[in-house]
Design a protein around this ligand. Sequence first.
Ligand code: MG
Ligand code: MG
Length: 264
Amino acid sequence: MIYLKTDDEIELLRKANLLVSATLTEIAKVVRPGVTTRQLDTLAEQFIRDHGAIPTFKGFPNPFGPEFPASICTSVNEVVVHGIPNDVPLKEGDIVSVDCGTLLEGFCGDSCYTFCVGEVAPEVKALLQTTKESLYKAIEQALPGKRLGDIGYAVQSHCETQGYGIVREFVGHGIGHDMHEDPQVPNYGTRGSGKQIKNGLCIAIEPMVTMGSPALFMLEDRWGVVTKDGKPAAHFEHTIAIHNGKADIMSSFEQIEEAERQNR
Ligand code: MG
Ligand code: MG
């Protein structure tokens, strides 16, 4: 069932999400060749707990195997989502998608950003750019009276016309007291189809886009999901609230992007 939020609840949702954005900003400051994803995880967990929140990903249940062992997902290059942080140093030219979740004052934050490690190949940068653009094109559609299919269509049409693949096995979702609530928010769809968007609807929109084929397989750790063709994938995610007739973005990339520029 879809649970529409009140104005007060939306403000709490914003707080939880701005903490995710602040955490990703701390990560943006330190992403560089030689850093390990485990170091990023340690930093994120400390930062989240220091701000009185809980990292929602830690201990997240898994129908296929062990619960998630870390506070962030770090998905490097061909890993699309749910990468487990490890001790392999990032290297020049890698990309790493860092997905982060918080629970603060009873509400969840959820946002993801794909970072470049040092200088990245132009075609990989273009994949990141297009994926991020598709997220904002989707948010433009998130208005009362529109439908979830309009959101999916916006992502799919923007990415597929440029030759990229759209992951279908994983989708965006409602968010509130729980990180994953109804409805599902696919990154593909038909205009004018699906559930109607209303004021109070709070959703995470999260395009997962592949450079090549979107065919996937799961790693032996039963978490990491990688492209079959080994080509890279990007993932950007915002939590938004439909509020007063418009899409209000709860998370923010502004500080992350500023930190990225300073870190160059
Ligand atoms: Mg996420
Ligand atoms: Mg999400």
